[in-house]
Design a protein around this ligand. Structure first.
Ligand code: 5CA
Length: 163
């Protein structure tokens, strides 16, 4: 099913679906009846390991928003990641900063579909899974992908982000 056929998706998810289709991503955005607002909820709804959920976390570093696509299995070690990434300290973005940087709601922030592409790190732990799931613009929409595909989509760096 292509994005055209998926015409009932919310506007923000249609936008994500279009970016994915344009990038040649095969996985389709799907809207679930259950909430996928958190990694735990998404894993339950999808019947997958929580580690296979890619949370799209926005941080502010060196005065600009950056994106960390982190496995739901662990917290981001921001100090270690800033060192590895060669960036200044990472501070969690406020809800307003998340909205400004992504145009998407917290709990539904996608890896793509933002007003401007964000410098991005993809959690190396996601490479342990043959299929990972990421949010698609709303707290009920997701799409299947892989760590490699997320790197390609975002132009990001594959780095360990966990403790
Ligand atoms: N839909 C799932 C992935 S399929 C999802 O979006 N997970 S998430 O982790 O990326 O989104 C929930 C995240 O939103 C929380 O982990 C937290 O990092 C962020 N968040 C929740 N509340 C706030 C808040 N008040 N300010 C900033 N970030 C928040």
């Amino acid at each position: 099913m292509g994005p055209q056929e998926n015409a009932s998706l919310p506007v923000r998810s249609m936008q994500v679906a279009r970016v994915l289709a344009a990038a040649g991503v095969a996985g389709q955005v799907r809207e679930l009846a259950e909430s996928t607002r958190t990694a735990a909820e998404a894993a339950l709804a999808l019947g997958c390991d929580v580690g296979a959920i890619a949370n799209s976390l926005v941080f502010i570093s060196d005065d600009e928003p950056v994106l960390v696509l982190a496995s739901g299995q662990h917290k981001v070690n921001t100090n270690a990641l800033a060192d590895r990434w060669g960036r200044g300290k990472l501070r969690r973005a406020t809800p307003e900063q998340v909205r400004q940087a992504t145009g998407q709601a917290i709990g539904g922030v996608a890896p793509v579909g933002h007003p401007r592409a964000l410098p991005t790190v993809v959690d190396a732990a996601l490479a342990d899974y043959a299929r990972v799931w990421a949010a698609a613009g709303t707290p009920r929409t997701v799409f299947p992908t892989t760590a490699d595909e997320l790197v390609r989509l975002t132009g990001g760096l594959l780095l360990p982000v966990g403790p």
